[in-house]
Each structure stands twice: as C-alpha cells, then as structure tokens.
Design a protein around this ligand. Structure first.
Ligand SMILES: O=P(O)(O)OC[C@H]1O[C@H](O[C@H]2O[C@H](CO)[C@@H](O)[C@H](O)[C@H]2O)[C@H](O)[C@@H](O)[C@@H]1O
Ligand code: MG
Length: 256
C-alpha cells in the first residue's frame, strides 16, 4: 500500500541522517537541502568544497549517489560542476546518468506559447521572476509575496492551455509547469532498478512538496527518508535534518 500524508499521522520512526552509509544509495535534493534558499534562483551560494565533497560521497557509495532536483540538468552542471554524478532534473522529467547520457522531454507549440506568455506577463508584475528550464517553466514570487494570487491564477491559466502533458508543481514561493508522468519518486525507483543502485537501500533527502514522492518511493523500498527543515507541513519522511548546513556537515563527515 502506498503511503499517504496526513497531518494527524506521525512519521513511523524519527531518525537523524545515518552515520553509517554502507549499503546505501543516496538521493539528494538541491535547493533547501544541499543549498540554502536564496532570494532568487541565481543567487544561491555553493559553499567552497561542496562539489568535491559530493564527488567523495559518490566514490564512497561506489557511484550510488544521484541529485534529484527541480532544476534543469544543465543548471545543476553549471552550479555544482559534478559531471560524474547522476542527475535527475525538472522534478524527475530530465535525466543524466553517471555515464553522461541525457534524456530530455520534448516541448510542444502550445508549451512554447506558454513560455513566451509567462515571460511577458511576469515582466509586467514587478518583483516576480521568470525561470526558463527548457521543458519546464517557473514563476517565482519570493521577492513579491503579495503577487502570489496573480501568479497562481496565471499559472493555472497556462496549465489549461498547454494541456495534459504538463502539470502544475507548487514549491517554495514558486509555481511551475513541469512535464507530467515522471516525478521524483519515479526517478528514484528508476535509479534503484539499475546498477550501481540496485543492490542498495535508498536514502532520500529533501525539503519540499516535490520530495514527498521521493520519500514515498524510498519508504516503499524499505529505505530511509529525511526531511530538511520543518515548516509544519506534514511529511512522509521518517527522519529529520535541521538545515542544509546540517546536511552539508553530514556529507563532509560520511564522505571523509
Ligand atoms: O528540487 P529542488 O532542487 O529543491 O529545486 C526546487 C526549485 O528550487 C529553486 O527555487 C527555489 O530556490 C530558489 C533559490 O534558493 C529560491 O529563490 C526560490 O524561491 C525557491 O522556490 C529553482 O529555482 C526551481 O527551478 C526548482 O524547481
Ligand atoms: Mg528542495
């Protein structure tokens, strides 16, 4: 049976991040998990040494490390320079395996119209921000929280126009249109079906609504799931980590 989220349901076991990572396959979200949340997507700070620590963690896990994010694979490569690590982008829709093979969803004319429309409409809403991620588009309102209603209404309108192949994704002061059909849970499950992940136990670490699918998938494979931060929202994650800084400190410890 699949896990479901209920505010009255406590996680089955509260655990911290495990100090023994032998036999684990690790799935890491990026924004709010590896990196601190910043005012804009481009303003994130990658602490010195983090890419090298991720490479060491991957080596410790015999390659069974994947970054599973809402960002595009291209952006992850630019930010983290971790070409040797498997990446799944656009909340599960876009993938680059550790061998460098990239799978990208195609767009449609309707989606291209929506992209142009969103770019133009957000330019008229001061403080909002358009993010172009290829087969996904995002409308940010972190710098203009009073625009949330307008942004949500606009994205709902675009979702109707692009049709069934895209779905709305809520996030931290962002609304996105991402390809339907593959979420972060499906991404984790696909990784776990192949080497070097296959014989290991998954550990999913994330902070946001989009990570719940990954937590459910990890839990369903008798794995571990850890939620970073706590905004009071119910979560399927069975463990907690205080902050991205705590996650980075854990990586530095277990990868040493
Ligand atoms: O799945 P993730 O790796 O957590 O990515 C989720 C989204 O993260 C980014 O937006 C969020 O982080 C920004 C930088 O801290 C912040 O300014 C924004 O308000 C957050 O929503 C990213 O821009 C999105 O594309 C990702 O989907
Ligand atoms: Mg996140």
């Amino acid at each position: 049976m699949h896990d479901t989220i209920s505010s009255s349901q406590a996680p089955r076991a509260i655990r911290a991040l495990p100090e023994d990572i032998s036999g684990l396959a690790v799935f890491l979200d990026i924004d709010g998990t590896l990196l601190d949340i910043a005012p804009t997507p481009e303003a994130v700070i990658v602490p010195p040494g983090l890419p090298q620590a991720l490479e060491r963690l991957s080596a410790r896990l015999d390659g069974a490390l994947a970054l599973v994010t809402g960002r595009s694979v291209e952006t992850v490569d630019r930010l983290l320079e971790t070409a040797g690590i498997a990446v799944c982008g656009l909340h599960g829709a876009e993938q680059r395996d550790a061998a460098g093979r990239i799978t990208r969803p195609e767009t449609t004319e309707a989606f291209e119209r929506a992209r142009a429309l969103l770019r133009n409409r957000l330019a008229l809403l001061p403080g909002t921000l358009f993010e172009d991620k290829g087969a996904a588009i995002a409308a940010h309102y972190r710098l203009a929280p009073d625009r949330e209603g307008e942004v949500r209404a606009l994205m709902a309108e675009l979702a109707r126009e692009v049709g069934e192949s895209w779905v709305l994704q809520q996030g931290k002061q962002v609304v996105e249109l991402r390809p339907r059909g593959r979420d972060k849970g499906a991404a984790l499950t696909a990784f776990m079906a192949v080497e070097p992940f296959r014989t290991r136990r998954p550990l999913a670490i994330g902070d946001d609504v989009t990570d719940e699918a990954m937590f459910a998938a990890a839990n369903g494979l008798d794995g571990l799931s850890v939620r970073v931060g706590d905004d009071g929202r119910p979560s399927l994650a069975r463990g907690r980590a205080a902050s991205p800084a705590a996650v980075r400190a854990w990586i530095a410890r277990v990868a040493a």
